[in-house]
Write a protein that binds this ligand. Structure first.
Ligand code: BTN
Length: 305
């Protein structure tokens, strides 16, 4: 039975929860070898050979794992990061069945989007995670500019917007050991070759896609390649030069600064505030109605004007 499932897994290139639970008694290193092996296949739309062709990076995307379907690329990336893969490894899937959004939300990931996770070993502490997310937002915005979207903006902390609608979300997670970060998993979801009516009704008003904005379908592999190159430039910048220039680039594209927002921090009551800017640690700096200043490290802000 186990062999049958493993063969099916290899044939379909799918890592669904059902198949994983059927083979859960398998040795972990054997399982990680299977996960790695099936990730080396080509899928119908995502072709590692096309992404790698003339990919101008030193380490980002030099090792690619591509799947037809996974629960979440972040979950697979975490698993691989604990089972010996190199810095800059990228996990991509055509579909996700249990993709994760921020604040425990679900993320819609039908066929046609770009769903990927980068495994990075950046040697940073927890305080740098928000900055890595902001830096990734800048890399996505630059990528969109390269494929023809000139007016993308970044809504704090990590939503990429076009004409006031969300086209991309970023979820950064840490893999830690003894309270130190071993790897950072940077999950990026871009609504690329999708129609807005493919999303649930309640999301349609606030969502857009590259296909809708550009009026045509684009090449997913080229989009991924461009993003990986932009990401490496940014990653080199924050590793060797710090975050100041990245924050400048972020501020230039900010959708949030200068707006009245409702701040929703975890474990705190909601309040309205005016957004003044973004601090050097990546926090949003807001002025409350009573004139006091506040730094918002995590949470969400809902734009009110
Ligand atoms: C958000 O809520 O805005 C963050 C969404 C992040 C979605 C991406 S898609 C690829 C990666 N895998 C996941 O499960 N989530 C991220």
């Amino acid at each position: 039975m186990q062999n049958e499932i493993i063969n099916l897994l290899k044939k379909e290139n799918k890592l669904s929860d059902e198949t994983i639970s059927e083979i859960k008694d398998i040795d972990l290193s054997d399982f990680s070898n299977i996960v790695k092996e099936i990730g080396k296949n080509e899928t119908e739309y995502i072709k590692a050979s096309e992404i790698s062709k003339e990919l101008n990076t030193k380490y980002i995307g030099k090792s690619l794992y591509v799947y037809n379907e996974v629960s979440s690329t972040n979950t697979v990336a975490k698993f691989l990061s604990m089972n010996g893969v190199e810095n800059g490894t990228v996990v991509i899937s055509e579909k996700q069945t249990k993709a994760k959004g921020r604040s425990g939300k679900q993320w819609e990931s039908p066929l046609g989007g770009v769903w990927l996770s980068i495994i990075l070993n950046p040697n940073v502490d927890y305080s740098k995670l928000p900055l890595i997310t902001l830096a990734t937002g800048v890399a996505v915005a630059k990528t969109l500019e390269k494929v023809g979207v000139e007016n993308s903006e970044i809504k704090w902390p990590n939503d990429i917007m076009i004409n006031g609608k969300k086209v991309c979300g970023i979820l950064t997670e840490a893999v830690s050991k003894f309270n130190t970060i071993e790897s950072v998993i940077i999950g990026v979801g871009i609504d690329a070759n999708l129609n807005v009516d493919e999303f649930p009704k309640e999301l349609q008003d606030g969502t857009t896609t590259l296909k809708e904005e550009l009026g045509r379908e684009g090449n997913e592999n080229l989009l991924i390649k461009t993003f990986l190159e932009e990401f490496e430039v940014i990653s080199e910048q924050f590793t060797h030069e710090g975050y100041e220039d990245i924050l400048k680039e972020w501020r230039k594209r900010s959708y949030t600064i200068g707006k009245i927002v409702e701040v929703r921090e975890p474990f705190n009551t909601y309040y309205d505030a005016y957004v003044i800017g973004i601090g050097k640690e990546g926090a949003l700096v807001v002025e409350k109605i009573d004139g006091t200043l506040e730094k918002v490290i995590s949470g969400e802000c809902i734009i009110k004007n």
